[in-house]
Unconditional design. Structure first.
Length: 262
């Protein structure tokens, strides 16, 4: 769902998470999707296909990943704690089911799922709770899959944007630099852990990217009068870099798959 990583949500972090409800429409409209190569890699690392598999997509947000999993033939159920995000999910994800809940306390029976997935969401959990909960609900040989779209900082304009946002919001903007730290919490649970990184890019307008930024927790949590000047700075910088108004946005897609003993 968002940007910060860590060992578990602090009270300030939980407040950031609440901000998504107010920008759910922007989130669904502007956040990046995922290439099909991600799901090919997920099936390869997990050693089984998604078609017909029971998948719990946790922290599903507005359903960006849930809809793609369903498109691969998975029997997928979304799990989402935020009321605003859940409402947007139901509005745009026809025919897909959703349960209100969180990864720290999954409302499902033991050994009832083949996959537990977190698309852009695992860092909002408390790993000491969410990892054993995932292990509990997975069947033998089931897979916990965690993935993040991370803007590729090899691009100078991406680095510059991150530096500006960190300078403006030093206590809330942290990027995704601690993905490895988060996934290290898988170690104590007798899981076979696989990892890969994919690279892809999307072409969007400057306006689209500004809407994407609006949906980020570190900006969504601000009052409109605080957020507007920051977005204006980013719009000006993006138009200077991409004067035709089309942004080539490169991503590194970080995927970790942890398989339970069979």
């Amino acid at each position: 769902m968002a940007e910060k990583t860590g060992t578990g949500p602090s009270s300030d972090f939980r407040e950031l998470a609440k901000s998504f409800g107010g920008v759910a429409a922007e989130y669904d409209r502007a956040r990046p999707s995922y290439p099909q190569e991600l799901f090919d890699a997920l099936e390869r690392l997990a050693g089984r296909g998604l078609e017909g598999a029971r998948v719990l997509d946790v922290g599903a947000g507005t359903g960006i990943s849930t809809r793609l999993l369903a498109g691969r033939g998975a029997d997928v159920l979304a799990v989402e704690p935020n009321a605003g995000m859940a409402a947007q999910f139901l509005a745009v994800s026809s025919g897909l089911g959703l349960v209100r809940g969180s990864g720290d306390e999954l409302p499902f029976h033991d050994a009832s799922a083949d996959f537990v997935t977190y698309a852009q969401a695992f860092h909002w959990t408390t790993p000491d709770k969410s990892v054993p909960e995932a292990v509990r609900v997975l069947r033998p040989g089931g897979a916990l899959a965690l993935w993040w779209n991370v803007k590729d900082s090899n691009a100078a304009w991406v680095r510059a944007m991150g530096e500006r946002l960190h300078a403006a919001l030093p206590t809330t903007y942290h990027g995704y630099g601690a993905v490895d730290e988060v996934t290290s919490h898988l170690a104590p649970y007798d899981l076979r852990v696989e990892h890969t990184r994919l690279r892809w890019e999307r072409r969007v307008t400057v306006d689209h990217l500004i809407t994407d930024l609006t949906s980020r927790s570190y900006l969504a949590a601000l009052a409109p009068e605080q957020r507007a000047p920051l977005l204006a700075v980013e719009r000006e910088a993006l138009l200077a870099e991409f004067p035709d108004g089309t942004v080539v946005e490169p991503y590194v897609l970080d995927l970790t798959v942890a398989i339970t003993p069979s």
